[in-house]
Structure formats: structure tokens, C-alpha cells
Design a protein around this ligand. Structure first.
Ligand code: IPM
Ligand code: MG
Length: 361
């Protein structure tokens, strides 16, 4: 039996997470696995219910589970709260830190059927298959932050960017291991021409590379990488980078897949891994059944593959997604002329129908 903590969070989280949970349930039924789901509170929903964005109960639930399925957190309602209560920092960053999830994997691939859905030209994105490996528990997002009054310039705000060799080494090493299973190229992204933390990052990456003679290492400045991702994304296999650069570049890379609604993620490195779409809670469309559940459903597939070693079942989910897209069904974010617009639940149903068909073959 696999114990799964289910944390829908806020906004569209309540619409997309159930679709992914139903996919897992169906996989369990078809392939003889038992998934036990336990719901937990996180983010604004937890603030409203129990007054804290990351209740201890939720952390304990996660620690007692085999994997975590998360929707998204945050929304305008909680944006005015003091920083220690803000869902993004206190809940999401807090949970990643509490579970030691130092590595965030965001695979961007192009689904052929979506070649025209991206804002980029089809010939630029055709055949892309890259994996963003983002450091997730260090750097600017976790360094000391504070404000101070200055005598004559108003307030001063400080964020601190800290990395230790050990932190860099473990994420870079993981990127090399993942590259060994792929096209054996690692591009380490930094800003070593300006930042000391990036110079350390580059030194460590160069040193770690010696243990992986079969993998090619290149270094790229983050500004150049932002440009190369839209100029010639096919050059990338595994991209490894620090927390903030990875946050920004992975949103950008999502457009290579047509929409951020297509980009799943896995956060690993601790005892229990966490699976969530790369997008946020999308308050603008929340409650309207417009959200694309595919990123969350693909995150569930990543769960089967990485946490439970059920790669056949993961593949079935991924294949079902391809078939539904090939069939011309689209949520609003990937809609094009001549295609059939469906809502969140209908998209989930279509994918589950294809899973049933594939399981019978
Ligand atoms: C992400 C999100 C989060 C992050 C936010 C919501 C704190 O943007 O998962 O990429 O910055 O990590
Ligand atoms: Mg982000």
C-alpha cells in the first residue's frame, strides 16, 4: 500500500488535485496497487481553517506518507499578511525545507500536438526535451532577510544569497546522475562573472564533473541562458542551477511545452518526495473549471516513476495525455482554433478514459 498525502492548497489547487488523485485511483484499480489518500491543509486554506500556513499536523502527515501530491498555494486574500504567515514562503518554502527537498526536477518536453500552442515558432521547439534541475532549499529564498531604517534614504531591505560547497555539490551531482540516464549533457547555469556564490557554484560543478567522464559539462551565464532558451532550446539536456535562477528559468522553459499548465515537477532529496505542478494557484481563473490539470496529472506520473518505481504505470499516464492532445482536446491555456475546448474535469475524464483503453492493450 502506498500512502499519499494530498494537499490541494489554494485557488485552482482544489480543481486540479482531485483530477490527478482520480488518475492514481484508476491506476491502482487497473494495475492492482492500493493508494491510500489523506488530505492535509496548507497555504491560505490552512490559515483560514487553523490560523497557520503550514500546520504541524500537515508536516507530520507528509513525514508519515510515502509521497506528497500538492496543488498550489497563495492568493490575493493572503498577500497582505505579514511575511511569516504568507502562504508562499511559510507554507511552500517551509515544507520544502522541513522535508529536505533540495532538488526540484522540471522536465519540459514538447507534445507534438501542441507545437502551435506555444508562442515560439514550431521549428524552434520541435523535439525539445530538457530537464531543469533547480536547487530548492538554499540561496536567496532562504537566506537572512530583514529591513532597517536608514537615516536619510528611507527603509533598507536586505536578502542574502548563501550557498555552501556541500549544498552545491549534492545538487550538481544529482544533475550528473540524471544526465547519465539521458543525453549525457549538463549545462550549469550561474552568474559567475558577478556573484561570489556563482563562482563557488562553478568551481564545485567543475570538480564534480571529474567523477562523470561520460557526461559533458558546460557553463552558461543565467542571462545568456534566458536568451538561449528561446533562441535554440534544443541545445539543452539537463540544466542545473541555483534556486532563484531555476525558479525564473523553469517558468520560461514551460513555454517550450506550450503552456505552464503542462509542466510537472518533482521535489526530491529528502525522505518523502513532493509532486506538484510548476504553476501557481492562478486566482484569476480559480473556481471556474478552466484550469489545465495536465501538469498535476503528469506530476502524479512522476510520483509513480520516482517514488514507487512504477514506470510502466507512469508511462501509461503520459501516453494517455499524448492521446488526448492528439485527439484535439484542449483546456483554455492551450486552446487553438479548430480544437475542442474542455474544462478541468472533462480533461481529467478524457485522460482516464485513455488510460483504461491503454491498460487493456
Ligand atoms: C515555484 C513557485 C514558488 C517558488 C513560489 C510560489 C514560492 O514559483 O514553485 O516555482 O518560488 O518556488
Ligand atoms: Mg516559480
Amino acid at each position: 500500500m502506498y500512502k499519499i498525502a494530498v494537499l490541494p492548497g489554494d485557488g485552482i489547487g482544489h480543481e486540479i488535485v482531485p483530477e490527478a488523485a482520480k488518475v492514481l485511483e484508476l491506476i491502482g484499480k487497473l494495475y492492482g496497487h492500493e493508494f491510500a489518500f489523506t488530505q492535509g491543509l496548507i497555504g491560505g486554506a490552512a490559515i483560514d481553517e487553523v490560523g497557520a500556513p503550514l500546520p504541524e499536523e500537515t508536516v507530520n502527515l507528509c513525514l508519515a506518507s510515502d509521497a506528497i501530491l500538492l496543488g498550489a498555494v497563495g492568493g490575493p486574500k493572503w498577500d497582505i499578511l505579514p511575511v511569516h504567515l504568507r502562504p508562499e514562503g511559510a507554507a511552500l518554502l517551509g515544507l520544502r525545507k522541513a522535508l529536505g527537498l533540495y532538488a526540484n526536477l522540471r522536465p519540459a518536453i514538447l507534445y507534438k500536438a501542441l507545437a502551435n500552442a506555444s508562442t515560439l515558432k514550431p521549428e524552434i521547439i520541435e523535439g525539445i526535451d530538457l530537464l531543469m534541475v533547480r536547487e530548492l532549499t538554499g540561496g536567496l529564498y532562504f537566506g537572512r532577510k530583514y529591513r532597517e531604517d536608514t537615516p536619510d534614504q528611507g527603509q533598507k531591505a536586505v536578502d542574502t544569497l548563501v550557498y555552501t560547497e556541500a549544498e552545491v555539490e549534492r545538487i550538481v551531482r544529482l544533475a550528473f546522475q540524471l544526465a547519465q540516464l539521458r543525453r549525457k549533457q549538463v549545462c550549469s547555469v550561474d552568474k559567475a562573472n558577478v556573484l561570489e556564490s556563482s563562482r563557488l557554484w562553478r568551481e564545485v560543478a567543475t570538480r564534480v564533473a571529474k567523477d562523470f567522464p561520460d557526461v559533458e559539462l558546460t557553463h552558461m551565464y543565467v542571462d545568456n541562458c534566458a536568451m538561449q532558451l528561446v533562441r535554440w532550446p534544443k541545445q539543452f539536456d539537463v540544466v542545473v542551477t541555483e534556486n532563484m535562477f531555476g525558479d525564473i528559468l523553469s517558468d520560461q522553459a514551460s513555454m517550450l511545452s506550450g503552456s505552464i499548465g503542462m509542466l510537472p515537477s518533482a521535489s526530491i532529496g529528502g525522505k518523502v518526495a513532493l509532486y506538484e505542478p510548476s504553476h501557481g494557484s492562478a486566482p484569476d481563473i480559480a473556481g471556474q473549471k478552466k484550469a489545465n490539470p495536465i501538469a498535476t496529472i503528469l506530476s502524479a506520473a512522476m510520483m509513480l516513476r520516482y517514488s514507487f518505481q512504477l514506470s510502466k504505470e507512469a508511462q501509461v499516464i503520459e501516453d494517455a495525455v499524448v492521446r488526448v492532445l492528439d485527439g484535439g482536446y484542449r483546456t483554455g491555456d492551450i486552446m487553438e482554433e479548430g480544437k475542442t475546448l474542455v474544462n478541468t474535469e472533462e480533461m481529467g475524464d478524457l485522460i482516464r478514459k485513455e488510460i483504461e483503453t491503454l491498460a487493456k492493450q
